[in-house]
Design a protein around this ligand. Structure first.
Ligand code: ADP
Ligand code: MG
Ligand code: ZN
Length: 496
């Protein structure tokens, strides 16, 4: 055999051999759908005692814990216990912490994964991981599947982009959520900072249909959190956690935990036996410098916020509680500053003209209060103004509720309108808004004492619930001209 022949025989064989080896080598390093790590709930090192404040969230989750501990009790009563619970709220408020506390209190197997670990380069792998995760959880029931940072897979698809992997992963999650039957002892929890961006499909009944707010702490909550995080730290007698709580409006639980740790480090540097107030002050300076967007709300800002929110609350009382204020708060919740008005814009066609004006007055009262008390207004009312504009627009353009003859303003087709008609419409809208604003100011001036009362209570406690508001306004007689209201009342969170 000559050399040429030998090469011709062997070369292809060697070549294929190398290719096959290479292939095996890459396959070895291909990620696979690994089983999710499981932790027995009883081994989770977080208990309810580590979670401070958040009483409402705790209350809502107690029944989940009971269900996991003793399903039969609920079955006998024919109760349907929520399976999909979404914890939502700003970052650092304790969502992950709460999920762990639930796991530990229930003793169930705890399958915890961050949603970002489902997002894979290889199409279909994220979906496979989810399938595996739920398979394991079902096999080892009772169990809790916790998907942290749900936003990573759950945000609504924006634009026309083709995100195949993302979609497959989300779809698999939906399939798993729908796949439960009544006998499964699996509870699914998830956490998200961005409820409003989540794909609505996730929030449908039978899926994450129980949403639990894990809110930023108010002053009492902050004090409780400080207490938890100084439990095992020796404090000097000059440290007053109540005072520190007051100085830290705007900080979350994670920030406060960090603050306590920094204070201990400062104290350690001077080899002191105790952590002194001075150490907390130094820690605060450092932490505040480190927070870029979220900063501590200054006393002045707090006062403005308090009067703004008090304005809304007093006005909703003054217009006869047609749109009752459930809660007023100056604790920031994500971007939304706090105030909750109970009303429904969906049933607005069933309201009278006066009721619309009243509603505008309530929305404008935040700005009006700022103007009355501080002589100027801040940009904090932008969202209020948007809402008022929308109401006034509908009144003029859709319902013919303005001072201009409906026949002249209520044409649906914008293009067919003459310039003059457009001007007429715009000025009718402006007159409605201006009138509501003037009325709002006049009423608040007249009831300045009530406004001051609610504002100081807000400065003091930061959140006021319905009964506290009612107590503060018990002697303030409403000035309503609104008649009967029709339609159901639904909760509508107001943004600022
Ligand atoms: P989230 O998941 O909402 O972003 P985490 O649960 O990760 O927040 O909170 C981070 C840390 O901050 C916790 O481990 C805990 O030390 C502290 N923390 C946050 N909220 C609270 C709270 N309500 N009570 C006690 N500690 C808290
Ligand atoms: Mg978290
Ligand atoms: Zn407002």
């Amino acid at each position: 055999m000559d050399l040429e022949n030998t090469l011709l025989t062997w070369l292809p064989i060697v070549f294929f051999g190398i290719v096959i080896l290479l292939l095996l080598y890459t396959l070895r390093f291909m990620p696979r759908a690994k089983p999710a790590p499981v932790v027995r709930g009883s081994q989770v090192d977080v208990s309810w005692d580590d979670v401070a404040g958040l009483d409402e969230a705790k209350e809502e989750l107690v029944e989940v814990v009971e269900f996991l501990r003793d399903r039969k009790r609920f079955e006998k009563l024919g109760a349907r216990v929520p399976r999909g619970i979404l914890l939502h709220g700003p970052p650092g408020t304790g969502k992950t912490l709460v999920a762990k506390a639930v796991a530990s209190a229930s003793g169930a197997n705890f399958y915890s994964q961050s949603a970002s670990s489902f997002v894979e380069m290889f199409a279909g792998l994220g979906a496979a991981r989810i399938r595996k995760l739920f398979e394991e959880a079902r096999k080892h029931a009772p169990s809790i599947v916790f998907i942290d940072e749900l936003d990573a897979v759950g945000t609504a698809r924006i634009g026309g982009g083709f995100h195949r992997e993302h979609d497959q992963t989300l779809n698999q999650l939906l399939v798993e959520l729908d796949g439960f039957n009544a006998r499964d002892e699996v509870v699914v929890m998830a956490a998200s900072n961005r409820l409003q961006d989540l794909d609505p499909a996730l929030l449908r009944p039978g899926r994450f249909d129980r949403q639990v707010l894990v809110a930023a702490p108010d002053v009492a909550g902050r004090e409780a959190i400080l207490r938890v995080h100084t439990r095992d730290k020796p404090l000097a007698s000059d440290v007053d956690l109540g005072v520190i709580a007051r100085q830290t409006a705007g900080l979350t639980g994670a920030d406060l935990a960090n603050l306590c740790n920094e204070a201990a480090i400062f104290a350690g540097r001077t080899s002191a036996q105790h952590i002194r107030q001075h150490d907390f002050d130094s820690a605060m300076d450092r932490i505040v410098a480190g927070l870029q967007q979220r900063r501590v709300v200054s006393e002045k800002e707090k006062r403005i916020l308090a009067y703004h929110e008090a304005g809304h609350a007093v006005m909703s009382h003054l217009v006869g509680d047609l749109f009752p204020a459930q809660k007023a708060t100056i604790v920031s919740r994500g971007q939304a500053l706090g105030y909750t008005l109970n009303t429904s814009t969906e049933d607005r066609y069933m309201h009278t003209r006066e009721e619309f004006v009243d509603l505008m007055k309530v929305f404008l009262a935040g700005r009006a209060a700022e103007e009355i008390v501080f002589g100027r207004i801040t940009n904090g009312a932008a969202n209020d103004l948007e809402r008022v504009t929308a109401i006034a627009r509908s009144m003029v353009f859709e319902y013919g509720m303005s001072d201009v003859a409906p026949s002249r303003t209520m044409r649906a087709d914008n293009y067919a309108l003459s310039e003059e008609t457009k001007r007429l419409r715009d000025s009718a809208q402006a007159r409605l808004t201006d009138h509501a604003y003037e009325e709002s100011k006049r009423l608040l001036q007249k009831h300045r004492a009530a406004l001051d009362r609610v504002a100081s209570a807000l400065l003091e406690k930061e959140t006021l619930d319905r009964s506290e508001l009612q107590a503060l306004l018990a002697d303030t007689v409403p000035e309503s001209h609104s008649s009967e209201t029709v339609g159901t009342v639904r909760a509508l969170p107001m943004r600022d």
